[in-house]
Design a protein around this ligand. Structure first.
Ligand code: GYE
Length: 340
């Protein structure tokens, strides 16, 4: 910890006197960087002109939410070309690709690495490598199951709370009783595990007449949400509600409900998480009932946090997003203001 602080101070000094950015490395490594600065600049590598250089290891393009987050990060970088440089990698849903991207960011000597961990486990080794290189890791939108000293901060929502609020909304919609089904997000992802825990525990604790008769993953995609709902409808024709860990899966479930000859939003109510435009449209059309918001517009906060870390400033261990709840009753009033 001390060593890291010292190297951050050295870097801060170097940035102001030599206009050389660096990632909190040792003094020796920093002076090596200075020697190779020109070469790196030619290659379009890190450490150019004192800019904040960040690498971002994105999960993929599984949902409208994820696309909105990617756009927010890329837009911030495009609007601040003199201050930040973004190295962006799309892992196409694979943890091994995210690990490869992080290793490459370390090699390029970026100042800060952002990662949205596709699953919670399996990060210890690569995060330790970043730590050894003096590069802070910022967890963006999903958490990782690692020691607290292996990452600088988590920027994102409280998924357990989202699940809990979703359960309360579901209970209200179905009058506190009936059989419901749950479509989960990616297996092993914090956003899925915690949204399930929050929902299931709230139902078990406060709504004895609500029964979750089936729960299965739809991997956060619309196509799989539809598929899972089709099979749920066959084995459980008497369900009155579906809870989905994201809106995309709810949109898929709505298609399945219609194809089964039932009315989504009436015969079977929906509660999901995210707040994307598509679910607002479905709520306005009366086919979806409620979404618990989860803000994906994390670009500005991510870069501000990365800059603080580069400066050696303190950041909170969890920078929590503030999210709302929207229902079909209020959807029409706010749909035009939705930014994603
Ligand atoms: O809710 C879902 C996405 O990690 C919070 O990932 C994020 C989740 C989001 O695929 O739609």
């Amino acid at each position: 910890m001390k060593k890291k602080l010292l190297s951050v101070v050295i870097c801060a000094a170097m940035v102001s006197t030599l206009l050389v950015g660096c990632g909190g490395k040792t003094e020796q490594a920093a002076s090596n960087d200075q020697a190779t600065e020109e070469a790196k600049a030619d290659e379009g590598g890190a450490d150019k002109g004192g800019k904040l250089v960040v690498g971002f290891a994105q999960i993929g393009q599984e949902s409208g939410w994820r696309d909105a987050e990617t756009a927010s990060i890329q837009q911030y970088a495009a609007e601040h070309p003199d201050e930040v440089e973004l190295k962006f990698a799309d892992a196409q849903q694979k943890q091994e690709n995210q690990i490869k991207a992080i290793k490459s960011f370390i090699e390029q000597g970026v100042d800060v690495i952002g990662v949205a961990p596709v699953v919670e486990t399996g990060w210890d080794q690569v995060f330790a490598e970043a730590k050894d290189a003096g590069i802070p890791i910022v967890l963006v939108d999903r958490t990782a199951d690692v020691d607290e000293d292996l990452y600088a901060t988590f920027i994102g929502s409280d998924f357990i709370e989202e699940g809990k609020v979703a359960a309360q909304q579901m209970a209200e919609l179905i009058g506190g009783k009936g059989k419901i089904v749950e479509i989960e997000g990616t297996v092993g992802a914090s956003a899925a595990t915690d949204r399930k825990t929050g929902f299931d525990e709230e139902i078990a604790a406060n709504y004895p007449d609500i029964e979750i008769v089936a729960s299965q993953t739809g991997d956060f995609t619309r196509a799989q949400g539809k598929e899972v709902m089709e099979s749920f409808l066959k084995s459980n024709p008497d369900i009155v509600g579906v809870y989905c860990h994201n809106d995309d899966m709810a949109l898929g479930a709505i298609e399945a409900i219609k194809e089964a000859g039932k009315k989504p939003g009436e015969d079977i109510v929906t509660v999901s998480v995210d707040g994307i435009k598509g679910i607002f449209e479905a709520m306005v059309a009366g086919e979806a009932n409620c979404t618990v918001e989860c803000n994906p517009l994390l670009g500005p906060l991510f870069f501000e946090t990365a800059q603080k870390l580069k400066n050696g400033e303190e950041v909170e261990k969890w920078v929590k997003s503030v999210d709302g709840v929207f229902t079909s009753e209020t959807a029409a009033d706010v749909i035009d203001e939705r930014a994603y």
